[in-house]
Design a protein around this ligand. Structure first.
Ligand SMILES: Cc1cc2nc3c(=O)[nH]c(=O)nc-3n(C[C@H](O)[C@H](O)[C@H](O)COP(=O)(O)OP(=O)(O)OC[C@H]3O[C@@H](n4cnc5c(N)ncnc54)[C@H](O)[C@@H]3O)c2cc1C
Ligand code: SF4
Ligand code: SF4
Length: 1006
């Protein structure tokens, strides 16, 4: 950290209650957003209170430091980044202040999804719906004036803003809403009388009067320069702000991208939830037919009318079997049309009218699918929301780049404009994807470019110039809903001509010293978009603002980045890091998403998977010194990844964050070693073995508070955590006695059981249940006696060398078994993850044995379910009268298994299996054991525990031992592995039946 940063950090920490961070690693997290740009800030401020915001602005004004407001950083134009101090409103200022009958008062960091969840219980919602609703903040939406697919019905945010509380560039805070203008004093300086009034009131009066005078003076220019479109977020919104003697500066501030003031609270209008919605997918043989159809559909007054091209459709088909069934292969384009109303008959009739008009009468669409049930309607909307980010899953290094992605024209000129656009793209030798809010004439066009290639980067400016010229020719706008930022600021002067100097004047009135988000909207000297491009790979264009850097900096391309700990080569690492497009989907806290469990409970940028990708990309491109990886700041971010793999599964671009973090943690551990408490967590198997050796003592100790207190102080194990008892006779010893460790002399089916720590030392009964169930189904069981634990805790800690040794040992043992016809089965999902995913990663692609083992390994329930699907599972179950809550562990999801544990339980007569998505258990292997993570772990598991506490539920059930520990922590109800329940229902383990009945009176075999 340089001197200036150190001073700012020290000063501001003394002044505000929120966070202030200026270290290299932390500021890198805020150097990018969902755009293709990058600007490294001086520091990051996360205000806790409105007073923090005021003080921060006053400090910045005094020291002439630029300030860049930021919400979720999901903007596509680079408007939330800059070289000054980033003010992150999303961390603490996220409270819904008040909900009234038709309005809501919120802080700017409130996430739209969270707001709507609150409002929905009152049958209200916020109208505009950007696709990023699961993470976008209200402040960011106001900053951009966001819209969405339902723009035809709800317009953009501006239509819903009632008033804004703002902090001005000189640090005054007040409310802005519509008010009458006193023209007699417009444009004049304040009088003595005014000087006596409160300073904030004075500033406000001045602003109102000066802006009113400006708008009145330029009324004609303002009217003449407006694009003829239904949507527009380019430049400042001046039209209609002054109307009939009244002025509404909240309207002007909406969409001003943090360049005029910072918003600290907002009053927004809400709308009633619409009861009846019907959606139709219309399929076309060409894009042209689809755009012509839009003209025929609009008179029906649909609430949404979106268009997707062939590329989006085939991605959707690949991503989800349900879409594969719905979308015909022949479709070149699709319109997704929604009609909403109160009367179901009217909704059905209107949609039928649309389908009839476009298919039979006009012969434009060749096929249609309609949906009226809420669940089906939602499925179709998911398509629109999730498909754009999945463009990043396409193979190759060219990406669908947001650079001219927000143009809009009048809907009636759409067909002709589209032809012109395609011609321009052809002239530049680029192909592009197209998603459009076609009903509003809004086109999200993303050319496929490789930002690591200078020639492709250079195309960005030229493409923008040509496309924007064509847009202006039809009186369109260069930005319909994403705003200007670094992407479009340079083109605003051409878009608005004589109105642009008025924009400059507006900026001067609000922010005379150009402190607020300089370079956005008013960008004198800001340069063309490519000056801010984010480097995609070592030596690629970007950094220091030069598109040519890539050409000059050849040395960077071959320079080793870091000593890689994993065998994936430099290119593998670079590719994984650049796969993240910054979309921010991993900042979601929505109940139906698992990623990221840590972000769910600690919604801070550093906890998001995106943060991890950003840091690794910065290291590989040289933006961040590779030594930073060995520092504590980097480690603190890496430690917020618990290797659950949920982001890898749910990220629309499939970015392998856990692998990136394994590399990062590995680098740290290779140099610094493990800290003592981390060593313990990573070697928990040794502790379990010891506990089992002296089980009477260890079980006595874990039951005693004083001993647990001591364990917390010395070992870092949380005192409050209920620890599992140790078994006096580990399973592997019992297996030897039962001769299970002898190879089986018979043909398949036969399995080799990979036991792992928990079943071996803490729950041998689980291992016995597995053996009993397998044998009952005619599957011979062999337990390799020399096997060691899976080593997943070593992987999670980044102890790569030790994990690799263990992996090599287990793989050589198990590969031998596979070659003899055994299938490897693990009762612990994380052990199955090791066999199928982590071991090949640790040992490298060239390790044939690792691949062999990975290909022939399964989690136990998955194996049994596959038996059932082949008709080979015995179904002679006795009824089990009980109501259980089933929890799916993250690693089962990561294995890609289709809920086999739950499916098996549903085969047992009379057993009632309840399941709702209640997120991660929060235990995350050994993470939740440790004192420093205990509270976070409990918070993450709260939803799950409250499901278990439901009075009708008698017990929990899950396949993961760590989840079981958490589930039993929060309730007195037992959590039983599905294998035990199967054994129970087969009547194989009477002693287990007795024990469980003692636990839960109603859990009985009938
Ligand atoms: C995959 C994808 C799909 C998208 N789809 C849509 C869409 O359908 N419709 C749409 O409109 N947008 C869309 N966007 C763009 C983006 O998600 C929206 O513009 C979003 O509303 C931005 O909100 P945010 O919280 O991320 O704000 P940020 O990006 O963090 O900030 C946006 C702007 O608001 C300003 N700002 C933030 N907080 C404040 C504050 N308190 N005071 C003053 N200014 C502030 C910032 O300075 C910045 O200029 C999409 C983006 C992606 C990645
Ligand atoms: S990790 Fe995935 S979800 Fe998160 S920002 Fe990157 S691409 Fe988006
Ligand atoms: S692996 Fe899990 S904990 Fe790590 S970043 Fe991804 S979702 Fe978060």
């Amino acid at each position: 950290m340089d001197e200036q940063r150190a001073r700012i950090q020290e000063d501001l920490r003394g002044l505000i209650a929120g966070d202030v961070r200026c270290d290299d690693t932390f500021v890198q997290l805020y150097a990018s957003d969902a755009s293709i740009f990058q600007a490294r800030p001086l520091g990051v401020v996360r205000p806790r209170t409105k007073d923090d915001v005021v003080v921060c602005v006053q400090y910045a004004a005094e020291h002439r430091l630029p300030l860049h407001a930021r919400g979720a950083g999901s903007g596509l134009a680079g408007q939330a980044i800059g070289s000054g101090l980033v003010v992150d409103f999303s961390r603490y200022l996220r409270r819904i202040v008040r909900i009234d009958a038709e309005t809501v008062r919120v802080q700017p960091g409130v996430v739209l999804e969270a707001l709507n969840t609150e409002l929905r219980s009152r049958r209200r919602m916020f109208g505009p719906d950007p696709a990023t609703l699961a993470m976008t903040t209200v402040g960011g939406m106001i900053g951009v004036d966001s819209g969405g697919s339902h723009g035809l019905r709800y317009g953009s945010v501006r239509q819903h803003v009632k008033s804004l509380e703002i902090v001005t560039a000189d640090g005054q805070r007040f409310e802005m809403a519509g008010e009458a203008v006193d023209f007699d004093h417009a444009g004049q300086r304040e009088t003595n009388h005014a000087a006596q009034t409160h300073e904030a009131t004075q500033t406000k009066r001045q602003l109102v009067r000066r802006v009113a005078a400006l708008l009145a003076r330029h009324a004609e220019t303002i009217a003449a320069a407006q694009p003829r479109t239904l949507v527009n977020t380019a430049g400042y919104h001046l039209a209609g702000v002054l109307d009939d003697g009244r002025i509404d500066l909240a309207q002007l501030l909406t969409g001003s991208e943090g360049t005029l003031a910072l918003i600290t609270e907002a009053t927004l209008a809400t709308v009633p939830v619409v009861d009846r919605r019907g959606v139709v997918m219309l399929f076309f043989e060409s894009l042209e037919q689809a755009t012509h159809a839009v003209q025929k559909i609009l008179p029906f007054r649909p609430s949404a009318c979106d268009l997707m091209d062939r590329r989006h459709l085939s991605l959707a088909r690949d991503a989800d079997a349900r879409y594969e069934r719905l979308i015909p292969r022949a479709a070149e384009a699709m319109l997704l049309v929604e009609y909403a109303g109160d009367d179901p008959a009217e909704v059905r009739d209107t949609l039928r009218g649309i389908v009839d008009g476009v298919t039979r009468r006009r012969k434009l669409a060749f096929d249609a699918r309609q949906a009226f049930e809420a669940e089906e309607v939602e499925l179709l909307w998911e398509l629109a929301r999730h498909v754009i980010p999945t463009l990043y899953r396409l193979k190759g290094s060219a990406r669908a780049v947001p650079c001219i992605e927000d143009i809009a024209v009048a809907p009636e000129v759409l067909p002709e404009f589209l032809i012109q656009l395609q011609n321009i793209l052809k002239r530049h030798y680029v192909t592009a994807s197209l998603f459009a809010h076609a009903g509003q004439g809004q086109l999200h066009v993303r050319p496929f470019l490789d930002l690591a290639v200078p020639a492709d980067v250079e195309k960005i400016n030229r493409l923008a110039q040509d496309v924007y010229h064509a847009v202006r020719e039809v009186r369109g706008t260069i930005s319909g809903e994403h705003g200007d930022g670094y992407s479009r600021t340079a083109f605003l002067e051409e878009q608005y001509g004589p109105l642009f100097p008025v924009f400059r004047e507006v900026k001067r009135i609000f922010d005379p010293h150009n402190i607020l988000n300089p370079g956005k909207i008013i960008g004198d000297g800001v340069g063309l978009p490519t000056e801010h491009i984010r480097p995609a790979a070592p030596g690629s264009p970007g950094r220091a603002g030069s598109a040519e850097r890539g050409l000059e900096d050849k040395a960077a391309v071959s320079r080793p980045l870091i000593d890689l700990q994993l065998n994936w080569g430099r290119d593998g690492l670079v590719q994984a890091a650049r796969n993240c497009n910054g979309c921010g989907a991993c900042r979601s806290q929505a109940a139906e998403t698992r990623m990221c469990p840590i972000f769910h409970v600690r919604p801070a940028e550093e906890a998001s998977p995106r943060a991890k990708a950003n840091l690794m990309r910065a290291v590989v491109t040289g933006e961040l010194d590779a030594d930073a990886m060995l520092g504590d700041d980097f480690k603190a971010v890496a430690d917020l990844c618990v290797n659950c793999h949920m982001c890898r599964i749910e990220c629309p671009a499939s970015v392998d964050i856990p692998r990136l973090m394994l590399e990062a943690k590995g680098a740290y551990v290779a140099t610094n070693g493990l800290r003592s408490t981390e060593w313990l967590a990573a070697h928990i198997d040794r502790l379990s073995r010891l506990a089992s050796l002296v089980s009477p003592l260890s079980n006595w100790l874990i039951a005693h508070r004083a001993a647990r207190w001591l364990a917390e102080k010395t070992l870092g194990v949380a005192q409050g955590r209920k620890l599992p008892r140790a078994a006096a006779h580990p399973f592997l010893r019992r297996a030897r006695r039962q001769r299970l460790t002898r190879r089986v002399r018979r043909a398949e089916p036969k399995i080799a059981y990979f036991v792992d720590t928990y079943a071996n030392y803490h729950d041998p009964e689980l291992a016995e249940a597995l053996v009993a169930v397998m044998q009952h189904n005619g599957v011979a069981v062999y337990v390799p006696s020399a096997q060691q634990s899976s080593g997943m805790p070593l992987v999670a800690a980044g102890a790569i060398a030790a994990a690799r040794r263990l992996a090599a040992y287990n793989v050589s043992l198990l590969a031998d078994a596979v070659r003899q016809g055994y299938h490897i089965v693990a009762s612990e999902p994380s052990a199955a993850m090791c066999l199928t995913h982590e071991y090949p990663l640790l040992l490298g692609d060239e390790d044939d044995d690792a691949r062999l083992v990975a290909e022939h390994s399964s989690e136990a329930c998955g194996y049994l379910w596959s038996l059932h699907r082949r008709g080979r599972l015995k179904l002679n179950f006795q009824p089990l009268s009980a109501a259980l809550f089933y929890h799916t562990p993250c690693h089962v999801k990561a294995l890609g298994s289709d809920e086999p544990g739950e499916n098996l339980l549903r085969l047992i007569p009379a057993l009632r299996v309840h399941k709702t998505e209640s997120g991660c258990s929060g235990m995350a292997g050994t993470f939740g054991l440790m004192r420093k993570n205990y509270r976070t772990s409990l918070r993450a598991g709260r939803a799950l525990i409250s499901c278990l506490r439901e009075p009708g539920i008698q017990a929990g059930t899950t396949t993961c031992s760590a989840c079981k520990i958490q589930m039993e922590q929060g309730t007195q109800k037992p959590t039983v592995h599905p294998l035990k329940l199967l054994a129970l229902a087969y009547g194989l383990m009477p002693e287990l039946a007795r024990r469980l009945s003692a636990h839960s009176e109603e859990l009985v075999v009938t």
